[in-house]
Design a protein around this ligand. Structure first.
Ligand code: ADP
Ligand code: ZN
Ligand code: ZN
Length: 752
């Protein structure tokens, strides 16, 4: 028997590829999935290379057990994406590639069922164009056959016979004319077609809004780009960015019948709104030509959708950050909506930025990528300043008569000085505005970025504050659940009847979360139907969607919630937005806190007055003269961005330097710090270290979580290349070090 060698990527922290022997009759090729023995287990891996030689001693080489022939090999471009991401984020290729695959593909015992082979006919474009005219008027059976072909990717021969008695002969004739092709595999349980018969596509065309001049310019710029072209679509809230995406998608998908587009949104909760818009606009597409990819899908569905993308059958893939790693062989356009959103950064495992990988993919493929936002990240804004991204601006709201809401700052100090009353943190002006909004029959939204009832439960007599026994953090009081809950580790306890330290029964909640505001609103705005949306009220799968549907249906007068309600939603009847407790972020030691706060407040403000109702935003603050609030009141993103970039430049902060963060977790803080100090010394000994700044290892703000102590080491350089080279050279030393439970390295960290 003759064999070759395959180099396989496995989901294993060792960054190397693993060599195996493989019989040539199995026809291995790069990009194919394999099942191989690894230690005592059988695991699924990905062939990266096929070679005629291996450096591994023959007696140590093991043999490939099984190849997955049913799933077409992943493309060279996809392997290139994996190699880049692994290299850039300092991980093994297998650690990138395998977690990016649907679970069902990573289990070889399920390959058969998932990828059951069949023979069937596929309708070709020539057939789709020619068939409607070629069918004789009353040939009902032939028409049924043609429709069935149009509606599935691969029409199994057996099924065709049930539609037409001479199906085999007819199909062979159509095949001879180049209208259909016989294919051997159908990878998906439900087959998928990217298009309908030409006659079907014209049937339902919804009336399209007339584009504003700015929208038209943006669409024209995107559709006339034929090479790598990164666009920063800076559009104020309600300016109709979605319509720009839709037109750009339509232009592409019409012009290139096989092309695929990837659309990323920051949150699962935004997918239904986008999916509905896509399905309405591309009504001629069969259901499965538009697929979603996110962590909320059932495993089987995720596998099918992933395969539809991989096979080129899905024309539009709509997903959250994980979709950026989907296999898209005919990728021709990428959209990243709300590109500034921190949710695009994966916070565990491979800590990638989906936005950055999207831009890289566009460059690799030589295609346009549209980054849309009302508040672009300062990284992207700076790239646009340098001319590396092309800016497209939508400066006005799209709906006729809709203008940006007026923003008023409610000075809490002044309210107090003048002795004006407030109800549980709701100032007089806000309560009045909420009541009059209710009288007008319009909706309002109260934004507060803190869930639970109160962030602390404290004893006035002795100073005791309820803390988590496992973390160095206070626990949050949850009133409806009658519990104290740690937001870091999930620890939970009943609310104690008295202070455990001194027996005082007068223990009281300190501070306010969404639950407490919900309660306060009930008395401050009598008769209002109040709905709370936050991570607690939407714990059950699908419940967020149901709650948002209630808001859209007008069954809610006041919506109170965390940043979940701030993002992207197109609420039609919201005319008032109240913002509570935003001040804390002004004085954070994280240099990105103000950028994040500004974006959040712009986003949440942007929910008001979208359909033409005059909108109003009330921000309660102790610092009404703070530059951030002043810029917010002027809707002045550009002023804020330019000022903040100037500060960052002076302070040598990103985007003017590049950073990486090494985090260590130990049984003691000393162990974590010692690990980082040794790592720092090892880095400084590297030849390339002279262009790198290494800061002192420091404990994290919440130093202990789940009894584990955490510390971090910040590294930065003015040169991305120097930083990358150093991180790479540093890896062996890091891997040799011991003494901590875990460590990880994050490139381009967002939270510092
Ligand atoms: P953004 O994402 O920029 O905040 P959306 O895409 O949600 O804004 O659009 C805001 C509203 O404007 C939506 O209700 C949308 O249907 C509407 N809209 C978009 N473009 C137009 C247009 N050219 N004419 C009229 N209405 C439009
Ligand atoms: Zn006490
Ligand atoms: Zn805890």
């Amino acid at each position: 028997m003759s064999f070759v060698f395959v180099r396989v990527a496995l989901d294993h922290p060792l960054p190397t590829l693993f060599d195996y022997r493989c019989g040539v009759e199995l026809a291995p090729a790069p990009g194919m999935l394999v099942e191989v023995p690894f230690g005592k287990r059988q695991v699924v891996g990905l062939i990266v290379e096929v070679a005629t030689h291996s450096d591994v001693a023959p007696d140590r080489l093991r043999t490939v057990e099984r190849l997955c022939h049913a799933c077409p090999a992943l493309s060279e471009a996809w392997l290139g994406l994996v190699a880049f991401a692994a290299d850039y984020y300092q991980r093994g290729r297998g650690e990138v590639a395998l977690p990016a695959l649907p679970q069902a593909l990573r289990d070889a015992s399920r390959w058969e069922r998932l990828l059951a082979p069949a023979e069937g006919y596929r309708l070709l474009d020539a057939g789709a164009a020619a068939l409607p005219a070629a069918l004789p008027p009353r040939a009902h059976a032939l028409r049924r056959l043609a429709e069935a072909l149009a509606q599935t990717t691969l029409l199994p021969v057996a099924q065709a016979r049930t539609l037409h008695p001479k199906a085999s002969a007819v199909l062979m004739e159509w095949q001879a004319r180049g209208w259909v092709a016989l294919e051997a595999v159908d990878l998906c349980a439900t087959s998928i077609a990217g298009r309908a018969l030409a006659s079907a596509s014209a049937s339902v065309a919804p009336a399209l809004p007339t584009l504003t001049a700015e929208q038209q310019d943006a669409v024209d710029a995107i559709r006339s780009a034929h090479d790598f072209a990164p666009f920063l679509l800076h559009g104020v809230t309600g300016s109709g960015k979605t319509e720009v995406y839709l037109r750009a998608l339509a232009a592409l998908l019409d012009a290139q019948p096989a092309a695929q587009a990837l659309v990323l949104v920051p949150e699962i909760n935004l997918t239904p709104q986008f999916e509905a818009a896509f399905r309405a606009r591309f009504a001629a597409f069969e259901a499965q030509a538009i697929v979603t990819l996110h962590s909320g899908l059932a495993e089987g569905e995720r596998a099918r959708n992933w395969l539809a993308a991989h096979l080129g059958q899905a024309r539009i893939v709509l997903g959250t950050r994980l979709a950026v790693l989907a296999s898209l062989p005919a990728l021709a356009l990428i959209v990243v909506d709300e590109e500034h959103d921190p949710a695009y950064k994966q916070q565990e495992g491979l800590r990638y930025s989906a936005r950055d990988l999207a831009v890289w993919r566009a460059k690799q493929r030589g295609i346009p990528v549209v980054l849309g936002s009302a508040t672009p990240s300062l990284e992207s804004w700076w790239l646009a300043d340098q001319g590396r991204y092309k800016r497209l601006a939508l400066t006005r709201r799209a709906v006729a008569d809709a203008v940006l809401p007026s923003v008023k700052l409610v000075d809490l100090e002044e309210e107090r000085r003048r002795g004006r009353g407030s109800v549980e943190g709701l100032s007089g002006p806000l309560v009045a505005a909420l009541n009059s909004c209710l009288k007008r029959g319009e909706q309002s939204l109260v934004f507060l970025n803190r869930r639970g009832y109160a962030p602390q439960l404290a004893c006035d007599a002795c100073g005791w504050v309820a803390g988590c026994p496992r973390c160095s953090a206070y626990v949050v009081l949850h009133k409806p659940e009658r519990a104290l809950r740690c937001h870091h580790c999930g620890w939970e306890a009943r609310i104690p009847p008295a202070c455990p330290e001194c027996g005082n029964v007068d223990i009281a909640p300190l501070g306010r979360g969404t639950q407490r505001i919900e309660e306060a609103l009930a008395s401050a705005v009598p008769g209002a139907r109040v709905l709370r949306i936050d991570a607690d009220s939407t714990r059950r799968k699908g419940s967020a969607q149901a709650l948002f549907a209630d808001v859209h249906a007008g069954e809610v007068d006041i919506l109170v919630g965390t940043q979940m309600i701030a993002k992207g939603h197109d609420f039609q009847r919201v005319s008032l937005v109240g913002v509570l407790n935003a001040d804390t972020a002004l004085f954070s030691h994280d240099f990105r806190a103000s950028e994040r706060l500004f974006a959040q407040l712009m986003q949440v403000s942007g929910r008001a007055g979208r359909s033409g109702l005059p909108g109003e935003v009330l921000v309660q603050t102790r610092y009404p003269r703070h530059a951030l609030y002043q810029a917010l009141a002027r809707h002045d993103y550009i002023g804020f961005a330019n000022a903040t970039l100037a500060e960052r430049r002076d302070a040598h902060l990103p985007p003017f330097v590049y950073q990486a963060l090494l985090r260590a977790e130990g049984r003691t803080l000393e162990a974590a710090l010692a690990f980082l100090q040794h790592a720092a010394a090892a880095l400084q000994a590297l030849p390339s270290a002279e262009r790198i700044t290494v800061y002192d290892a420091v404990p994290l703000t919440i130093v202990k979580v789940m009894h584990v102590h955490r510390a971090q080491l910040l590294i930065e350089s003015a040169s991305r290349a120097a930083l990358q080279a150093t991180l790479r050279a540093w890896q062996p030393a890091l891997r040799q070090q011991k003494g901590v439970l875990r460590w990880n390295l994050e490139v381009d960290p967002l939270d510092i």
